[in-house]
Design a protein around this ligand. Structure first.
Ligand code: PLP
Ligand code: COI
Length: 356
């Protein structure tokens, strides 16, 4: 470490004595959260607060009519100690889209990024160190609050950002191979809200996840609601498939979340691995025999290779019958995570340095 880095590091708070490597994906209280209120047509400046509670009116539209949306992104520590966000402007944009769909006021990009940065910086002690395998999960949310009864939009809104150090979303560490079971329940209609990150999509998925888990899978795999034929996505992640002939395919559905991870992975697969990328409808039963490797991808899931999928009462195994991650998904994982952790050159300018 150089002298100047030592000086900077000395001013920063001590890291918490957590067993970072043992963290799962669960809520770990941290000291500060960011809050801004929208009232009478304008946003407040926003502030850091310490209470992890939100007191809302019993008639709040967020509680009754699910007038709320949220985001998920991570901060990671680079080898040189910098704290990096990954493409946060895409999360800001996605939250603006969701707000528009649910008649909520947009959170301007500058407020979104400032809220995220302030919450991360204020909780520096909770940001997992480089090499720990853990990261700081950031949960921005926008909720409709205030007194209400009828089905109409709220008059007041709260934008809040809290953070929590997390480990892997699925139980085993690193590149855990997971399994999915095709759900007989639908997640989202073609012109519904599936492509927005809103709480209402997730409540409906809880039972589907439970049923998938009863079959021994980690998660539900949703097919398109119109024909139950084409792959949509998993309960908390998009799907990518490495197919025969060097193809790397992701569903072209209008009902899936536009995943930041998936968009990045498609770029890496095409530019860095020379694969033929396609975004199009994937007819599961017709094409499954051409699947070489499958993965679920998302901020929480990162790249989780899917070893097996349960379809119509039968398990279908992929690379080595699901016993280990295949070479394509391993490579995609290394490239993605390497950039996110500041370990490999960020030639796409995807990382965003949080000044400390
Ligand atoms: N799909 C769903 C339903 C999700 O909840 C998530 C998680 O955010 C994703 C996909 C992945 O999106 P991203 O890569 O932007 O986190
Ligand atoms: C994320 O990956 O950020 C998500 O929001 C998924 C969530 C269900 C934990």
């Amino acid at each position: 470490m150089t002298t100047s880095q030592t000086t900077v590091a000395n001013k920063l708070p001590e890291k918490k004595a957590l067993n970072w490597a043992e963290l799962g994906f669960s809520y770990q209280p941290t000291e500060y959260r960011f809050r801004a209120i929208h009232k009478d047509g304008k946003w407040s400046e926003g502030e850091l607060i310490t209470s992890d509670m939100i007191s809302v009116h019993e008639g709040a539209p967020a509680l009754h009519y699910a007038q709320q949306c949220f985001e998920g992104l991570k901060a990671q520590t680079a080898p040189d100690g910098r704290v990096l966000l990954f493409r946060p402007e895409l999360n800001a944009e996605r939250m603006r889209q969701a707000a528009g769909r649910l008649l909520m006021p947009e959170v301007p990009e500058a407020l979104f990024i400032r809220g995220v940065e302030e919450a991360v910086r204020a909780n520096y002690a909770w940001i997992p160190p480089h090499g720990s395998g853990a990261s700081l999960y950031i949960r921005p949310m926008l909720i409709g609050v205030g007194q209400n009864l009828g089905l109409k939009t709220a008059k007041e809104f709260e934008f809040r950002v809290f953070v929590s150090p997390v480990g892997p979303y699925y139980k085993s560490a690193g590149l855990a191979v997971i399994s999915l079971a095709v759900s007989e329940l639908d997640r989202a209609a073609p012109a519904g809200t599936g492509n927005f990150k809103i709480g209402a999509n997730y409540a409906g998925g809880l039972l589907a996840t439970r049923l998938a888990q009863e079959l021994g899978a980690n998660e539900a795999l949703f097919l398109d609601a119109r024909e139950r034929r084409y792959i949509d996505e998993a309960g908390s992640a998009n799907i990518v498939v490495a197919m025969t002939g060097g193809r790397f395919v992701t569903p072209g559905s209008s009902a899936v979340l536009p995943s930041v991870t998936r968009r990045s992975v498609m770029t890496l697969a095409e530019n860095e691995m020379g694969l033929k990328t396609e975004q199009r409808a994937i007819d599961l039963r017709k094409e499954i025999s051409e699947f070489e490797e499958v993965a679920a991808c998302g901020t929480a899931a990162v790249i989780s290779p899917v070893g097996r999928i349960y379809v119509d009462g039968q398990w279908h195994g992929f690379y080595k019958n699901g016993e280990e991650a295949g070479p394509v998904m391993q490579k995609v994982y290394q490239l993605l995570v390497g950039i996110q952790r500041g370990e490999i050159a960020d030639k796409y300018h995807w990382t965003h340095n949080v000044s400390l």
